[in-house]
Design a protein around this ligand. Structure first.
Ligand SMILES: C[S@@+](CC[C@H](N)C(=O)[O-])C[C@H]1O[C@@H](n2cnc3c(N)ncnc32)[C@H](O)[C@@H]1O
Length: 378
């Protein structure tokens, strides 16, 4: 960004829920669980491709909330495999959408590199090019009626902004006291409705949208009434933050109004706007709603090897890769006296988290609950 960036744009970035995922390869190196999750979704993506009109001169695929690259490349490769399988001759535009803070240089280096999808597909005679769409998916990010296949994995559970709520003792949406819990549910519903409306505008008639996000299922045994994905992890984040606030290292007032800006939907919350809003009913046919517990490679490796130290390290890397920028913006930066101090506080936070995982691996196991929607644009 240049010094000429307008003030309202700066403010918008300051309140965004995440500053993007860890750059310089950190997210890519610690996002095995996201790719394991996508492997379970591949069949759905391929089914969607089988239903697309491939007589178009150019097929536009858009990955919303693509992240720094490795998962997005895996996703586009799955689409290209299916196109090859169908002997499709149309040109392809692979479009990657994310926030300005994403590691775009890393993404484009990967796309064009040996692990990328450009060279291989071209070598086989396919026509493909890559585009970036930089901006929030709660805004329009593609031209009206231009997208054949919209995809989004592991991104739609992020809220549009960093909410503040009276939340002493908890940083997780489903553990909030009333009325904060209802307020965050209302924000999440507005966000989700907005997301779907923009995708309805961007998709071509006959286009498909496959979107997943971390989810929840009802659970009478949990105090919140739901088994939300990663609930034990988010409770651990709250516990570590409490300890550091008790030692005066995290600003107590900040912590009391800090909520991690995510919302993990029940199936009925995912379907809600599609069944309630007339314009969305008209726009989309619901092909499938699924709510599944997906594999978690860190847990699987622990069962196989029994190596608790390696488990705690890889689990912490996974969490740090997606959570650090949000914790920095929401808690650490405001509690520290300098950037170096904030970085040290962040190190201390994740070291303590790792020690907890190592001490009680079963207690903090990550439940990889994912809610998926497959929609067809009428
Ligand atoms: C956990 S990462 C998932 C990345 C990738 N899809 C994957 O499965 O590995 C979530 C991504 O969503 C992006 N994201 C969050 N809110 C967004 C928004 N409002 N608009 C666009 N991207 C967003 C983040 O910047 C991040 O790259």
């Amino acid at each position: 960004m240049t010094g000429k960036e307008p003030r309202d744009q700066k403010n918008a970035r300051a309140t965004q829920a995440t500053g993007g995922m860890g750059g310089e390869g950190y997210y890519d190196d610690h996002s095995g669980p996201q790719r394991a999750g996508f492997r379970e979704q591949q069949a759905r993506v391929k089914t969607a491709v089988r239903h697309l009109d491939l007589t178009v001169p150019e097929l536009r695929i858009l990955d919303y909330g693509c992240g720094p690259g490795r998962t997005s490349i895996t996703i586009i490769r799955a689409v290209l495999d299916e196109l090859r399988h169908r002997n499709a001759t149309c040109s392809v535009v692979a479009m990657h959408n994310d926030l300005a803070g994403n590691d775009w240089n890393g993404l484009f280096a990967s796309v064009a590199g040996p692990e990328g999808y450009l060279e291989g597909y071209r070598k086989e005679g396919g026509h493909i090019r890559t585009e970036a769409s930089i901006g929030s998916f709660f805004e329009p990010v593609a031209s009206h009626g231009s997208v054949d296949l919209g995809l989004s994995f592991g991104a739609s559970h992020w809220l549009s902004s960093q909410v503040r709520a009276v939340s002493p003792g908890s940083v997780f949406f489903c553990d909030l006291p009333e009325p904060a819990r209802d307020e965050i549910a209302a924000v999440a519903d507005r966000d989700w409705t907005t997301f779907l409306r923009h995708r309805a505008a961007e998709l071509k008639p006959g286009g498909w949208l496959v979107v997943d996000g971390l989810g929840s299922v009802p659970d009478a045994d949990d105090p919140s009434g739901r088994r939300a994905a990663g609930r034990r992890l988010y409770r651990a984040l709250g516990e570590v933050a409490e300890d550091l606030a008790g030692e005066g290292r995290i600003d107590r007032r900040r912590l009391e109004e800090f909520v991690f800006p995510v919302y993990f939907r029940l199936s009925e919350e995912a379907r809600g706007p599609l069944e309630r809003e007339a314009d969305l009913q008209d726009a989309f046919e619901i092909v499938e709603v699924a709510n599944e517990l997906l594999p978690m490679p860190t847990e699987e490796a622990l069962v196989k090897t029994g190596d608790v130290t390696a488990y705690a390290e890889s689990y912490t890397g996974f969490v740090r890769a997606f959570a650090e920028s949000t914790l920095r913006k929401g808690l650490f930066d405001a509690s520290a006296t300098s950037a170096a101090d904030a970085a040290a506080l962040s190190d201390e936070f994740f070291n303590r988290l790792q020690a907890r995982f190592a001490a009680e691996p079963k207690h903090y196991a990550f439940e990889h609950q994912v809610v998926t929607l497959v929609l067809r644009r009428r």
